[in-house]
Design a binder for this molecule. Sequence first.
Ligand code: PA5
Length: 443
Amino acid sequence: MKLDITQALIGADKVNALRGKVEEAQQALEQGTCPGNDYVGWLHLPTGITPEFIQEIQQTADTLRKECDTVVVAGIGGSYLGARAVIEALQNSFQWLVNKGENPNVLFAGNNIGEDYLYELTAYLKDKKFGVINISKSGTTTETALAFRLLKKQCEEQRGKDMARKVIVAITDAKRGAARTCADKEGYKSFIIPDNVGGRFSVLTPVGLLPIAIAGFDIAALVKGAQDMERQTAVGVPFEENPAAQYAAVRNALYQEGKKIEIIANYQPKLHYIGEWWKQLYGESEGKDHKGIFTAAVDLTTDLHSMGQWIQDGERSIFETVISVAKPEHTLFFPSDEENLDGLNFLAGKRVDEVNKMAELGTKLAHVDGGVPNLRIELERLDEYNLGQLIYFFEKGCGISGLLLEVNPFNQPGVEAYKKNMFALLGKPGYEAETEAIRKRLS
Ligand code: PA5
C-alpha cells in the first residue's frame, strides 16, 4: 500500500509543522494517556492475534460453511461495516448469481429498520439452510436486536432448536448485554469483543474475521497485512516514512486551511463498502465538539456523472482521497468493431483497466486544476493482505488525526440523542419523562 500526497496542494511546511503534534499523539496512543485511552486496544491488536485464535475462528466458520448455504450477519455500524467492506471487495460482483455452493452467501441485517427489507429477507430465507451471527458490543442495539429476534425465531422454526444452536453464533461483550445473556442461555458458540476495542475499530476482531472467513476468504493473510502495517506505522518510524502519520497530518493541515469535507473515492465498484466503513470510522471518531472533517464517499467514475460537477466546481471546501487498485484480478480487452458506429475503435486492444486508469488520472488533473487537493492510496491488488494493510492504515491514521483535532476519537456520545427520542416515542419503560417532554414539544 502506497500513499501519495504530492498533489495535496498544501505546503510541506504546513504538514511538517504538525510533526511534533503527530509524534505526541502517537506517544499518547502508545502510552494510553490520550482521551478515550480505555479504547486503544485496536493499536496492537493485529500483532496480538495468534495462529491459535485464527484457527478457533476458522473452525467456527467451517461449521457454518458446512451447515449453511446462507449466513446472515446481524449488526450495525462498526458491528457490520468492516466485514461487509472486506467481503464485497473480495467476492465476485455477482456472487448471488454465480455462487455454485462453494461458499455460503453472506447477507446483512440489523443495520436498518426497514419493514420491507426485513420482510423480503425473511421471505428469501424461507427455503434456505441459514445461520446467523449476532454481533453487538453493547448487546442492546435496537436495530440489531430486532432483526436477531426475527432471525432466531425463523432459524429455530426452520432448522429445529438443536441445529439452530449450532448455526447461531454471538459476538458480543464478555459479560454484559442481552446478546450475552441470550448466547449463554441458549449455549451458542460466542466470541468476545474486547472491552478496549470500540465498534468501528473492531474489524480485526471476530466481528470482522468470522464473517470474512465464512465467506471463504483468508483471514490469516488479512491479519498479516494489518500486522505489517502496524509495524510500518509504529512509534519510532520517521514521520516522512509513516503513512498513517502523513495522512493524519495532511488532512489536518487541509482542515486548518478550510477544507472541511473529505471524499473517499474509488475506481472499483467492489470498494463501495470500504468507503462506507471509512466514512463511519472517521466521521464518528472526529465529528465532535462542533469540529471535524465531514466524510463522504463516491464511487467513480459512476459519481462523476452525479457529484462530478460539485467536486469540480462547487464550494472549495473539499479534498479527495482516492483508493486505486494497481492490478485488477481479471484481464479484459476492448474488441475492435468493423463498423465502429460508436467511434470507440481508438480503444480497441486496450484493457478496460487502462481506460479506467486514464479516467482516474484525467479526473485527478482536472480536480487539482479546480483546487481539489488529491491524496492517493494505491493498493497493489485487491486481496486479503492489501486490505489488511489498508484497514490498519486507516485506523492508525484516524487515532492520530482525532488527537490532532483535539477530540476524543474513541467515543460517540452524539449517537445517543436519536436513541433517547426513539425509545421515548415508542414508549420504552423508563423513558416516561422523555415521552412527556416530546409530547409537549410536538403538540
Ligand atoms: O463504532 C461504534 O461504536 C458504533 O458504530 C457501534 O459499532 C454501533 O453503534 C453498534 O453498536 P453495538 O455493537 O453495541 O450494537
